[in-house]
Design a protein around this ligand. Structure first.
Ligand code: FES
Length: 170
């Protein structure tokens, strides 16, 4: 499992600057229990945990790469592939489902040409179906990064994509 995950990550991986990881590791190296904070901090820096960075962390913290991949694949907060600048989440919890979430999801798929947990080739969007976001009164609900869009309609999907297509990538 770990090797397959590493291989999959490798296939999609652009060049990475390990000096960024080194700065993070230097900061935490003497702290006990530093593996999770290091992995979180490197993910904050790179936007995901590149395979080369995972292996570099393993080497410098003197742990097995399999241990690192164990952590990275266990916790949903970690990502092994590059993610989009804008993370679109559509709730598929019960209230949203009965209010039309499947149609909203399909419309995003059609417009962005990606599926669940996929990223557009230009790295602008990642799309995710998620469980109840706790705002069922606004169903069906979508989010783009921290922005919330309630009472979603197919037309709003167009408006959201048009708006975020204008936003800068940084
Ligand atoms: S079911 Fe979608 S916010 Fe609760």
């Amino acid at each position: 499992m770990s090797e397959a995950v590493a291989q999959q990550a490798e296939e999609q991986e652009p060049e990475v600057d390990l000096s960024i990881a080194d700065k993070v590791i230097d900061k935490y190296i003497d702290l006990p229990g530093n593996l999770m904070p290091v992995l979180q901090a490197v993910q904050d820096e790179y936007g995901y945990v590149p395979r080369k960075v995972a292996e570099h962390v393993a080497e410098r913290l003197n742990v097995y790469p399999s241990q690192i991949y164990g952590v990275l694949t266990f916790y949903a907060q970690f990502h092994l592939k590059p993610r989009g600048r804008f993370i679109i989440r559509v709730c598929v919890g019960t209230a949203c489902h009965v209010s039309g979430a499947p149609r909203i999801v399909e419309t995003f798929f059609d417009k962005l040409h990606i599926g669940h947990a996929e990223t557009t080739p230009d790295l602008r969007y990642t799309f995710e179906k998620v469980a109840c976001l706790g705002a069922c009164g606004m169903a069906p609900l979508a989010m783009v990064n921290d922005d919330t869009f309630g009472k979603m309609t197919v037309q709003k999907v167009d408006e959201i994509i048009a708006e975020y297509n204008q936003r800068p990538m940084k």
